[in-house]
Unconditional design. Structure first.
Length: 225
């Protein structure tokens, strides 16, 4: 496996929904060897994110889950909120669209129409960045390993976003491994995008050709971190 500085791939740690004891209670640096970037799909303790960004010593980008109203009072220090932004890390472009389907009153929950308007805005921003490589969300896309109950239903407009821009990856959480014996961490969307459920934690090695610039032409206005 490629390690930091080889130029072959970028190692990314994906976290979501449940604090992994292997990364917190029983932290072992060998488990995160070579990790250059951490991406949080939401619904995690802010202190957990602070611990990870400190111990792994690399940038941590996050979107909100439907239970992350606590971040308003106690945001994870040292971590970067990328809601409704496209940011670039070493050429890897990441679009953040957190939150879940609205099933009650509260922050970080959206109707399909509300999320569609966020997707439209994201699409306009994507024209200035020549697209994006990763869609980072909390909720899944409708029909792609979501559930039929309203709280865990995915957004149809995410499918439109994937079909239009065809990013390499969509990373999400919200649908826990403990919900079903049929849990599947990875699948491939009809657009060709590789969808990964980050429940707990998952290590992803991203090939250099995805973030080296060859997929986006000569100019990108993504925010650099």
């Amino acid at each position: 496996m490629a390690r930091r500085g080889t130029g072959k791939s970028m190692r990314v740690l994906i976290v979501a929904d449940e604090e992994a004891k292997a990364l917190w209670d029983y932290y072992d640096p060998a488990r995160v060897e070579g990790v250059e970037l951490i991406l949080s799909c939401g619904d995690l303790n802010s202190r957990y994110l602070e611990f990870l960004v400190t111990m792994v010593n690399c940038p941590l980008l996050y979107v909100h889950g439907n239970h992350d109203n606590r971040y308003d009072r106690q945001p994870p220090e040292g971590c970067i909120d990328i809601e409704d932004r496209i940011v670039s890390y070493k050429g890897l472009r990441i679009l953040g669209l957190g939150g879940s389907m609205r099933y009650k009153e509260g922050p970080h929950m959206y109707t399909e129409g509300q999320m569609y308007r966020r997707v439209l805005t994201a699409g306009m921003k994507s024209t200035f960045t020549n697209g994006f490589d990763i869609l980072l969300t909390h909720a899944p896309a409708r029909g792609w390993r979501d559930m039929e109950d309203l709280p865990h239903r995915g957004f149809e407009c995410f499918n439109q976003l994937l079909d239009r821009w065809k990013p390499a990856y969509m990373l999400h959480g919200h649908v826990h491994q403990t919900y079903s014996y049929q849990f599947q961490r990875e699948t491939v969307h009809s657009s060709g995008t590789r969808i990964i459920n980050g429940f707990g934690y998952h290590i992803l090695d991203i090939p250099e050709e995805i973030y080296s610039g060859g997929r986006r032409g000569f100019f990108s206005k993504a925010d650099r971190i």
